[in-house]
Ligand binder design. Structure first.
Ligand code: SF4
Length: 443
């Protein structure tokens, strides 16, 4: 049995966690922690009314210059009481003039205000600034001076200073909305079938790898161990013809991405040096996977191929890596980590030394084959249900990644499953709260 030592999956150091910042700010509801964060790009001052009306106008496509017109509209429509109420609640300037505008414009603004009223942030504003916490805004901002707050993307909220995982991409491809639910409410409990799948993967890993724990005391050491595992794993691939659970990292369409390749095999013809990427899925029932499941598996394997091939073909963007993950290349490794590295035949004092070995290793490897393999096994007896080969499709892959990243980067709202794939909802733990189900059942 080949041996790979190291502990994979070390936890990251969370930085600038929004909840923590809020709790630790200690300055009351109107002094949210992010204001003390020098790296925050959120505006320091923001009026509660500004948020409410901005929300309305964002939705209607109007700009802030329409704000005073909106108030005038209400005044014109005999809404003096509403105007006074708004003035009291939001410190709206009372000197705004009255102006008569068309019914059509009135309708647009009323619709936009109604839509904004449905947004939680507006509800918070109406409840008063004392109840605003992490998303609180200063009440002292002038309306015309206010700017809409940049909406924090899921990537910055949930993966700050961390890479997006290949499994994040495949979960997004399965259903954006479900991914959003998972991020905001946590993963649902694992089913027996999921546990059986994990057990099978652990078994496959143990066939070629033995894990031992190593005491790790920093993010640099965690990365150092991952890079060493990659080096040992690729040596195993070259000398034994097979490796499993290989960690990979790279930049995909501008975002850092990490993944763990299920399996790499060298071709048995003894001629080609291009490894084959394989992923094994286990199935509870002896049925052939649906097209949606295969499509998801294809995307996963194409992510791994893209990451592997980039590692080999391109210079590792070390500076970007250090900056993005906030790592110090001169970090002195602990004796435990140095001993581990030394046991593998390498001599490293700093994190940067390990990265040098990693980069050299990448340049000795070959691109992977264009053909990728998805294996489907029956959980009960591990019999092979299907071995499915397909070709890497660069354009399809990039389209899929851009679509997923546009959701993660906040460029679009989450989508629900399509009508053809509504069956996925039957297996979704969030179905009871999903708007898609509510809209479907009311039809
Ligand atoms: S119920 Fe359906 S649409 Fe809603 S999150 Fe779940 S899978 Fe997606």
């Amino acid at each position: 049995m080949a041996m790979r030592i190291g502990r994979l999956g070390f936890g990251w150091r969370p930085k600038f966690d929004a909840k923590q910042r809020c709790k630790s700010s200690g300055g009351g509801a109107t002094t949210p922690g992010w204001r003390n964060d020098p790296r925050s790009d959120l505006p320091a001052r923001r009026g509660a009314l500004g948020e409410a009306v901005f929300g309305a106008f964002e939705l209607s496509g109007h700009t802030v210059s329409n704000l005073s017109r909106a108030v005038r509209l209400r005044e014109t429509r005999g809404g003096a009481r509403i105007l006074r109420l708004l003035s009291l609640r939001f410190a709206l300037r009372p000197e705004l003039q009255v102006e008569i505008v068309s019914d059509e414009e009135m309708a647009i603004i009323e619709a936009a205000l109604a839509a904004a009223a449905a947004r939680p942030l507006l509800s918070a504003a109406v409840r008063g600034v004392a109840t605003l916490s992490c998303t609180a805004y200063s009440t002292s901002g002038d309306i015309e001076d206010s700017a809409p707050p940049p909406r924090r993307s899921l990537l910055s909220r949930f993966r700050e200073r961390r890479a997006i995982a290949v499994t994040d991409i495949t979960a997004t491809e399965w259903c954006d909305k479900q991914m959003e639910f998972v991020l905001e409410h946590g993963k649902p409990e694992r089913t027996e079938a999921m546990k059986a799948g994990s057990d099978r993967h652990a078994q496959l890993e143990q066939e070629v790898i033995e894990r031992v724990d190593i005491a790790i005391r920093s993010a640099e050491e965690s990365w150092a161990v991952k890079f060493m595992n990659f080096i040992v794993g690729t040596n195993q691939l070259l000398f034994n013809g097979l490796t499993r659970e290989l960690p990979v990292i790279g930049v995909v369409e501008g975002s850092w991405m990490v993944g763990i390749i299920d399996e790499l095999r060298m071709p048995v013809d003894g001629i080609s040096f291009h490894p084959i990427l394989v992923d094994t899925k286990t199935r509870f029932k002896a049925t052939i996977p649906s097209e949606a499941q295969k499509r998801n598996g294809r995307l996963q394997l194409m992510c791994y191929k893209y990451l592997w091939d980039r590692l080999i073909a391109e210079k590792f963007p070390a500076e970007n890596f250090f900056n993005y993950f906030d790592l110090n290349p001169d970090f002195l490794l602990s004796d435990d980590v140095k001993r581990y590295i030394s046991s593998l035949g390498f001599n490293a004092q700093t994190f940067g030394d390990v990265l040098k070995y990693y980069k050299i290793t990448c340049h000795t490897l070959s691109r992977s084959q264009e053909q990728l393999i998805l294996r489907y096994e029956l959980q009960a007896d591990q019999s092979l249900l299907e071995e499915y080969q397909f070709s890497y499709d660069d354009q399809w892959f990039k389209d899929q990644i851009q679509e997923a990243l546009s959701f993660w980067l906040g460029a679009r709202e989450p989508k629900f499953v399509t009508e053809e794939e509504l069956w996925k909802c039957k297996f979704c733990k969030f179905a009871s709260t999903c708007p898609k189900i509510a809209s479907t059942s009311s039809c």
